[in-house]
Write a protein that binds this ligand. Structure first.
Ligand code: KG4
Ligand code: ZN
Length: 379
């Protein structure tokens, strides 16, 4: 048994890509004495502030993240963002129990701004420092937030084993979680990540960066057109569903992107513009079908109790809807979790929540040894 203080306050810092983010979470332990086994933290977690300075406008003209500009912007934003997070939470830095920071994977120049800032603050204010894997942060976004529907399930060991589909701008992986902190990668993309495919296809059909939200918005335009019976159709438009029937749980999205490139060349700019919504909708459908089908197949094989979505692409409504309906209509008793949309894309609250779990397990980093690592693996 470990005696734990009533309320824990953690500052999360995230700078792995193009969002400078800081957040404060607080966790209240229900029982004064908590036995910390891996799957047993009985916690009430609250986000007190969640500040994200997005660099989208800065990178838009390049159609993707320009690393050098990203690190410069992080440098300008990091201290104001941390101050804003503390102010909004009405917390002073001295009141914190720990600082959790993303140490990888990500852009090295961007990661360095976060890790050096966190290291300095931890040293200057004698705070515990916890290095977090960005992907683990995305996973932990599922355990907190304003999404009441999913919050009722919060954290309990009834959910394990969990199959986590991580779909972001840099990663697409299926991770089997037998317990908190125990990760086994059972499949991953062999080329582009799902979010990367959204971003590249958006650029090909003339939609702004980031591609995920703009493709989703364009798709809704198509639905509107269908409702008002304005027929905009490319004859027999059908994009490939790469690796949908492969025996393994790997993914591949570069062929899908090439198929869209070929289509845009055949159509020419005027027709691409005319059929933009339709191409966007077919592309989103293709990605969703592959992700859902392979995840469900893996969930059956590994007999998981929960399917969980993580990463920026988890914000996609069609992806959530399709998972919900297939799980609802299947005879398997599987829970489905997805973070609140705001917590799906990069933010620091998820880093703070992952930090809380390491804090409870007393897995603390040494401020003099913590290191940013662009290729950090989830282990
Ligand atoms: O997790 P994230 O914020 O950053 C990385 O860790 O990469 O994910 C960003 C990715 C981008 O590729 C973006 O286009 C995609 O997530 N994304 C979406 C949506 N919102 C963001 N993809 C599909 N639908 C969305 N609504
Ligand atoms: Zn991310």
């Amino acid at each position: 048994m470990t005696k734990i203080q009533k309320s824990i306050k953690i500052l999360g810092i995230e700078t792995s890509c193009d969002e400078t983010a800081a957040a404060i979470i607080t966790a209240k332990i229900k029982n004064k004495k908590v036995k910390i086994r891996n799957s047993e933290p009985r916690l009430k977690i609250k986000i007190l502030s969640n500040v994200v300075a997005s660099q989208i406008d800065l990178h838009r003209k390049y159609g993707g993240v320009y690393p050098e500009l990203a690190s410069r912007a992080h440098l300008e934003n990091i201290l104001p963002v941390i101050s804003a997070a503390l102010d909004q939470a009405r917390i002073k830095i001295v009141d914190l129990d720990a600082i959790a920071v993303t140490v990888g994977p990500g852009l090295i120049g961007s990661l360095l701004i976060g890790t050096e800032t966190a290291r300095t603050l931890a040293w200057a204010f004698s705070k515990l420092l916890i290095g977090i894997n960005h992907l683990e942060g995305h996973i932990f976004a599922n355990f907190v937030g304003e999404n009441s529907k999913y919050q009722q399930l919060t954290i309990n060991n009834q959910l394990f084993p969990i199959l986590n589909l991580i779909v972001s701008g840099g990663h697409t992986s299926l991770i089997l979680m037998k317990d908190f902190g125990k990760y086994q990668t059972i499949g991953q993309t062999r080329d582009d990540a799902a979010g990367e495919a959204f971003d590249k296809v958006a650029q090909l059909i003339g939609l702004p960066y980031p591609g995920g939200p703009s493709i989703e918005a364009a798709t809704l335009k198509k639905i509107k057109n269908q409702k008002s019976k304005i027929k905009i159709r490319i004859q027999n438009l059908k994009l490939p569903r790469p690796m949908i029937d492969s025996e393994d749980f790997d993914f591949s999205f570069s062929g899908l992107k090439t198929a869209v490139l070929k289509l845009t060349k055949e159509l020419g700019p005027k027709l691409v513009n005319k059929y933009q919504a339709e191409i966007a909708a077919e592309f989103q459908k293709a990605v969703t079908e592959v992700l859902v089908s392979k995840t469900i197949a893996a969930a059956k094989k590994y007999r998981v109790k929960t399917i969980m979505l993580s990463g920026g692409v988890a914000a996609n409504s069609q992806l959530r809807r399709d998972f919900e309906s297939i799980i609802h209509n299947s005879k398997f008793m599987i829970h489905f979790l997805a973070p609140a949309k705001k917590l799906s894309t990069d933010n620091a609250a998820m880093i703070a929540v992952a930090g809380l779990f390491h804090f409870l397990k007393k897995e603390i980093s040494n401020p003099f040894q913590i290191q940013a690592s662009s290729n950090l693996k989830l282990s």
